[in-house]
Structure formats: C-alpha cells, structure tokens
Design a protein around this ligand. Structure first.
Ligand code: 13P
Ligand code: SF4
Length: 422
C-alpha cells in the first residue's frame, strides 16, 4: 500500500510532486527550529500566532526508533492502558497514526465521541489543537485530553484572534444596536466554525451564538437565521459563503470582514444590507483546489464525479458535482456502485486512504501536487508512542486544558450545536 508518507518522501515508485521541500522531514526537525512556524506543507507561509504552544523536544529515543519499534511500543502501551485510554483520529491523519485510533471520524463525530466516553481517563486526540480543546470542553473534568504534538495547530483557526473578534463585535453592535425586530430576531448572531479557538466559541456562546462543523453548517445557519436578522461567521469565509449561497442568500448580501480595516473594510450601508458577514479566514489546503483542476479531471476522466470539501472557494464548489464534509465524501464513495470515478477536493491522507480501501473505484485527488495538512502532519507515531508510554508511567504530558472562564460559554455554544438536527 502506498502511503502519503511514501509519496512525499519520494519512496514510492512514482514521479509525484509535493508542495514543500520540508515535507520529507520528520516533524521534530521542524518543531525544534528557533523561528516558530506551523511547519511544512500547504501552510508553510502561514505565520504561527505569538502565543501558540510550543512542543518541547521529543526524547531522542522516539525520534530514533524505527517504525517497527514504534509500532511494537504503541501496541504494548495501548494494551496496558486498555479502556483507560481512548485514541481519536481525524480523517486527515496519516495512516501510520490512524491504525491505532479507536474512533476515526470528522470533527463533529470526534467531538461527539469525546462527549460520550466517560470511562476513558485519557483521550489522546490525533488531530489539531482546536479539536483537542473541544474534546476537553465536552469531556468530564476528570478526563485528560492529550494532543501528542502541541505544535499541531490549524492555520485557519489562528486567522481569528479573540481580540479581533471582540473588536469586530463592538463595531457591529455600535452600528446595529441590540434591539430585536418585530419577529423577535436580534440584529446579528455570531456563528463560529469548529475550527476556532475555545475563546471564540465562548464568545459566541455568551452572545446567543453557536458552533458549526462542515457537516451541520446548513442546519446551524438555519437555527441562526431563526434568531437573528443576520449572521457573522468566523473564521472560514468559504464554508460560510458556500453554505449561505446554497441556502439562497445572494453573494451581494454577504460582506467580508477584514479585521485590519475600520468596519472590516465595508461601508455602513453594505453592513446594514448584509445577511452574512464573513471573516476573511481560509484553509491553505483547500484553497489550492481550482476550477482548472476540475476541467482537467473531466477532460481526462469522462464520467468523473467531482466531490469537494466546502472549505474550497465558491467557484470550485460551484464547478464540482457535490460538496460536503469529510464524512459526506466518505459516505458518498462507500454508497456508490462499483466502477465509479471520483476526483476529490480535500486533504490527501483521506483521499489516498479512500483510494486504497475502495479499489473497486478510481479515486484521485483533484490537486496533482501532494499536499497534506501540514499541522495534522505534526502528529507522528513517535509522539503517540511517547504520550502513551508516559501514561503507562503515570505521567500525563501535553494535556490540553481550557480555562473554566472560557469553557462555560464554549460549552453552551457546543451544546446548542449538538442539539441542532442536521
Ligand atoms: P471536517 O469538519 O470535515 O472534519 O473538516 C475539518 C477540517 O479541518 C477540514 O479542513
Ligand atoms: Fe486547519 Fe485546513 Fe488543516 Fe483543516 S485542513 S486542520 S482547516 S489547516
């Protein structure tokens, strides 16, 4: 089986290109660099936020261990810990990590898993920082959530800071006031994508707002429009725009908010007319997909079904046959009759896994350049072995704790989301 690692290291018998020279390095070589970055890959140019947690140096024995030794040690530690440890793996994790996960899923499914497994003393989240924060908020206070590599952030989530969001809200409130209309709808409801900090979820929870994921964004926006005249959507402009457009909101009723400009770079008139205000964040991985790639896939593979993630730009979503969350993409392929041809616009680890698991179909990534999510990529079996063996020794390392003053509002916003039926 050809893994994404084989592809990016060039060890597969293929001439594929990858999106960053650094990608062939192990994450600890990047983690140890003095200038903090989110590491190799699509978001290599994304600056790391000042306060981001930094991974300490991984003990040398884990960096030096062979894949076989790490496999033996992870399995042994997992067997010793039994039900005390629950390993969650997001679809975008590399196969070398996914093979140890007790639950594999999209960000919504993993949040639900964290909320419904009270027997686990430790939840090891093989995903990124905002997912681990969410798991900490939803799990019991006596459960420890562990992120194997603290440098596994999400460059999109970091495009909205709580200070910027508060400034935006103050400007919107000054413009709109707070009075509800005749139908009881307040001027604006804040909605945040799961891919955001706990502080922003807390902010939304305290102001009558809610969290969404890519699998329930439409149902959540419907919930928000029942309560508000308009929505301000953090931080992914593309998910917000694609979802609102599919619900019939015209593009000219959507304004983009640039936090560096007064009124986000909008006129008062435009903001008063807006039904959706989109924060100007984006995902570096999904921004790579283009209409030209779709045209090339259709030319080369007549009958191809193009499915993309809604974090892709609107023109890509419009040109595709379908769009949906990572779980939607997986289910669409599982349900298809044999012999399907699928061009998929999402992170390469998931696409490659689907291609391997469903050989009855032809499945390929829309982007011919191999480009993993560089922050998901930071979770390596070496880090997993380290945190598990520490647990066996009675030590909890890399625990993600959301402060109480932040978690209560965030919990409110998350519970509202969990109660919305997609
Ligand atoms: P899902 O909500 O589909 O799991 O996606 C999460 C994510 O980070 C996509 O980039
Ligand atoms: Fe964040 Fe994009 Fe990676 Fe998802 S794929 S975790 S949005 S950087």
């Amino acid at each position: 089986m050809t893994s994404v690692n084989d592809l990016i290291r060039g060890s597969a018998a293929t001439s594929v290109r990858n999106c960053g020279a650094d990608l062939a390095s192990d994450p600890w070589t990047v983690d140890a660099r003095p200038a903090p970055t989110y590491g190799p890959g699509a978001s290599v140019a994304d600056p790391a936020p000042l306060g981001m947690p930094r991974q300490g140096r991984l003990p040398e024995e884990y960096a030096a261990a062979s894949p076989e030794e790490l496999d033996r040690r992870i399995r042994a530690a997992k067997a010793t810990l039994g039900n005390r440890a629950l390993i969650l793996g997001h679809f975008y994790q590399r196969d070398e990590v996914i093979r140890y996960a007790d639950v594999v899923g999209d960000s919504f499914q993993l949040a639900r898993a964290a909320a419904t497994r009270p027997a686990a003393e430790a939840i090891i989240f093989c995903g990124v920082h905002f997912m681990a924060e969410t798991a900490d908020i939803l799990s019991g206070t006596d459960q420890a959530v562990i992120l194997p590599n603290l440098a596994a952030g999400c460059s999109m989530a970091d495009m909205a800071s709580i200070a910027e969001v508060e400034d935006c809200w103050a400007e919107l409130e000054a413009l709109y006031g707070t009075a509800a209309d005749a139908a009881g709808r307040v001027p604006v409801i804040p909605v945040t994508y799961m891919n955001s900090s706990a502080a922003i979820k807390d902010f939304c929870g305290r102001r009558g707002g809610i969290v969404c994921t890519s699998s329930n964004a439409r149902a959540v926006l419907t919930w928000a429009f029942e309560r508000g005249q308009r929505v301000v959507f953090f931080p992914d402009q593309h998910l917000g725009r694609n979802t609102a457009k599919a619900m019939g909101v015209p593009l000219d009723s959507m304004s983009m908010w640039n936090p560096r400009l007064p009124l986000g770079g909008n006129s008062e008139t435009a903001l008063i007319q807006a039904r959706v205000i989109l924060w100007n964040g984006f995902c570096s991985v999904h921004r790579r997909f283009t209409v030209e790639q779709i045209a090339a896939a259709r030319a080369e593979h007549p009958g191809v079904r193009v499915i993309v993630h809604p974090e892709c730009p609107v023109e890509v979503v419009d040109a595709a046959d379908e769009n949906g969350s990572t779980d939607y993409i997986t289910r669409a392929i599982v349900a298809a009759p044999d012999g399907g041809i699928f061009a998929v616009g999402t992170e390469i680890n998931l696409v490659q896994r689907l291609a391997t698991r469903y050989p009855q179909h032809t499945i390929f990534c829309l982007d011919p350049v191999v480009c993993p999510c560089s922050t998901m990529y930071r979770i390596h079996p070496g880090y997993l072995a380290w945190v598990l063996e520490q647990l066996v020794e009675g030590e909890t390392v890399n625990r993600i704790r959301v402060a109480d003053e932040v978690s209560s509002g965030a919990l409110l916003a998350l519970r509202r989301m969990l109660a919305v039926q997609p």
